[in-house]
Design a protein around this ligand. Structure first.
Ligand SMILES: *[C@@H]1O[C@H](CO)[C@@H](O)[C@H](O)[C@H]1NC(C)=O
Ligand SMILES: *[C@@H]1O[C@H](CO)[C@@H](O)[C@H](O)[C@H]1NC(C)=O
Ligand SMILES: *[C@@H]1O[C@H](CO)[C@@H](O)[C@H](O)[C@H]1NC(C)=O
Ligand SMILES: *[C@@H]1O[C@H](CO)[C@@H](O)[C@H](O)[C@H]1NC(C)=O
Length: 265
């Protein structure tokens, strides 16, 4: 859901740029000759959800080390860094983690291994409690958000996130800030995806996307089919209502969202 918000915000910024820039053709200037590709028929058969122990979505850190690291562009000079620490839990009689038990720090700089600045942020925990027999509750890991400000546009930054007092910092990651928008400075190749899922075909879709070298990706939804699970450990199914006709509510299985946060292609 976090990711969805990021793309929505990015989309609004882009939409505004396109509207105010008369040099860029709009659909009204068309029609343009569409470029299409034949569909690989093996993609049409539908595919099953990746199991939770698949290396692409399995939790690969222990205790309070950061995972599910995600970036959200706020402006050409500001970026949010978010991540999760600690164990999410599924079951009954759960006790949520204490968000203040792990600090939210980002160490960053323009040279690899040289972190000239430190930014601190906030952390939170959420729970999904179902007052229905047969459904289990969920309480999340600690979700951290840090906003980096006063960055330079179109500049590469190297960073680590985590809690340096434990210490439990991530490995080094890198991002590049957006350029300052101008008539010639905007994302030139925009990829649009829907219904990506988290299945044995998702990687194929992502690979196609990367081959086209997009400067911006707009995901319009249906990221992880978390509502095709029953919290008691059901497998992903094509039709929730047919597989679980007695389910008291169309519930979501939050660990699938955590798996989405980990998925890196
Ligand atoms: C899509 O997934 C199905 C199995 O779920 C597999 O048989 C098929 O080869 C996959 N196709 C591609 C192009 O990845
Ligand atoms: C989940 O939490 C709700 C609200 O506290 C409670 O009514 C329900 O019994 C819990 N479910 C389980 C399986 O413990
Ligand atoms: C949850 O707590 C209730 C009340 O304390 C107890 O009766 C029940 O056995 C507990 N359930 C589990 C699975 O520990
Ligand atoms: C854990 O997974 C992330 C995302 O796939 C990856 O970037 C990272 O290198 C992995 N870490 C380890 C220790 O394997």
């Amino acid at each position: 859901m976090k990711d969805f918000k990021l793309w929505t915000i990015t989309f609004l910024i882009i939409a505004k740029m396109v509207v105010t820039e008369s040099q860029i053709p709009t659909t009204l200037d068309g029609p343009f000759k569409p470029v299409t590709h034949r569909l690989d028929p093996s993609l049409r058969k539908g595919s099953s959800d990746l199991p939770m122990d698949d290396p692409r979505i399995k939790r690969n850190v222990t205790s309070n080390f950061p995972e599910q690291i995600a970036l959200a562009i706020s402006s050409p000079t500001s970026v949010w860094v978010s991540w999760v620490t600690g164990d999410a839990q599924v079951g009954s009689n759960l006790t949520g983690l204490d968000p203040s038990s792990v600090l939210s720090e980002v160490w960053y700089g323009k040279e690899s291994g040289k972190y000239t600045s430190v930014a601190k942020g906030v952390s939170t925990v959420y729970s999904q409690l179902y007052p229905f027999k047969g459904l289990l509750n969920y309480t999340s890991g600690i979700i951290h958000h840090v906003r980096l400000k006063d960055l330079q546009p179109k500049t590469k930054y190297y960073y680590k996130c985590g809690d340096s007092s434990i210490p439990a910092m991530s490995g080094e990651n890198v991002f590049e800030t957006f350029p300052t928008p101008s008539p010639n400075s905007y994302p030139h190749r925009i990829a649009v995806i829907g219904d990506l899922g988290l299945t044995s075909n998702t990687t194929t879709t992502i690979d196609h996307l990367i081959q086209n070298d997009p400067s911006m990706i707009l995901m319009v939804g249906d990221l992880s089919y978390a509502n095709q699970y029953q919290t008691t450990g059901g497998k992903g199914v094509p039709s929730f209502s047919r597989a679980f006709p007695d389910a008291p509510i169309r519930e979501t299985y939050q660990p699938r969202w955590d798996a989405w946060g980990r998925y890196a292609g």
